[in-house]
Design a protein around this ligand. Structure first.
Ligand code: PMV
Length: 323
């Protein structure tokens, strides 16, 4: 094949972020916002990556040449390039490739844009040679993602590849979950980009200083996840909302909330959300709110916009990677 295309969804963490780094469980879901990657073979022996995420560049025998995004381009593009290199090595190929990345996922807010782009990249490039195997694509993407955040659990890439709702823990791995009823959610952006690595490091500091308190909070976070699994599978949205807010109280205590996130959570709750919390590393980033219905999620999103923040409604994506 001389061209291939794949898309992969963004994700939210419903329960358990940060504590998951220390062996706790977490519940994640892929959402109906995607990153699409198109790959074309080219005559020159180089890899050209064009994207609408503020970076473009060219990798050749003479090194990296940024086309868009200056010095920062490399930081964004290196994990994507790593995914391409892994596939070319696995397929024993030495060819030139031109890549186009189109993203409908805001970058740097904890919505898994880097994982989704690595998954879509690995699948699009592999499809130049054969029909991509999802498990293999997921492994390549996790390997590339570790260039960004080397403690990554891999959960982002997993949920982006396989779609739907997943329960993850270090000891038990990934397990697909089913929600009894569709979940209408709203995502609100603080507009403050975060660094997952810095926030994970700040939580480690907090943990080292407050061992007993942290282990108590981790136990509470684990109980919340257990109750959330039951609430999700029985379709008890009120309970889920309550648990989201309880989870947020724990995240506040470990210092990863943000004044804009707190403001957004108040707006969501005031507009009738069943519960709201930050999603992902925090320190800004995005907030998720659970609505009782689609109409309610529209109202909540409108209230957030009226207060000057960006927001959009989402549903859980069941498809995962599409090639
Ligand atoms: O990169 P984010 O914002 O989705 O956050 C990752 C979630 C953490 O629990 C903070 C870190 C991890 O590797 O699980």
């Amino acid at each position: 094949m001389t061209s291939g295309k794949a898309s992969a969804p963004a994700k939210i963490i419903l329960f358990g972020e940060h504590f998951v780094v220390y062996g706790n469980p977490a519940i994640l879901a892929s959402i109906n916002r995607r990153i699409t990657v198109a790959a074309h073979t080219i005559k020159d022996n180089k890899i050209v990556i064009e994207s609408d995420i503020g970076a473009a560049g060219e990798y050749s025998n003479s090194g990296f040449n940024p086309i868009k995004g200056g010095k920062d381009a490399r930081e964004i593009l290196d994990p994507l390039y790593s995914a391409i290199r892994q596939i070319l090595a696995a397929r024993n190929q030495k060819i030139g490739i031109k890549i186009d990345v189109v993203s409908k996922v805001p970058h740097g807010l904890g919505l898994g844009s880097s994982a989704a782009s690595c998954v879509a990249m690995a699948a699009a490039v592999d499809s130049l040679f054969d029909r991509p195997d999802r498990q293999k694509v997921c492994e390549w993407a996790i390997e590339s993602e570790r260039m960004i955040h080397n403690n990554s659990s891999g959960a982002d890439c997993y949920v982006s590849t396989f779609g739907g709702l997943i329960h993850y823990s270090k000891s038990k791995g990934f397990k697909k979950m089913k929600s009894k009823s569709p979940l209408s959610m709203v995502i609100a952006s603080t507009g403050v980009r975060h660094s997952t690595g810095d926030l994970v490091a700040s939580v480690k500091k907090f943990k080292d200083k407050n061992e007993i308190l942290f282990s108590d909070l981790a136990k509470q976070a684990s109980d919340i996840c257990t109750q959330a699994m039951a609430a999700i599978s029985s379709g008890n949205k009120e309970k889920m909302g309550k648990l989201l807010s309880e989870n947020q109280a724990l995240l506040r205590q470990i210092g990863v909330s943000h004044e804009k996130a707190d403001d957004l959570i108040d707006i969501c709750n005031g507009a009738g959300a069943l519960g709201a919390k930050i999603t992902g590393a925090g320190g800004g980033g995005a907030v998720i709110a659970l609505a009782a219905s689609k109409q309610d999620s529209k109202k909540i999103a409108a209230k957030i916009k009226a207060r000057g923040y960006d927001s959009f409604e989402v549903e859980i994506d069941q498809a995962g990677l599409i090639v």
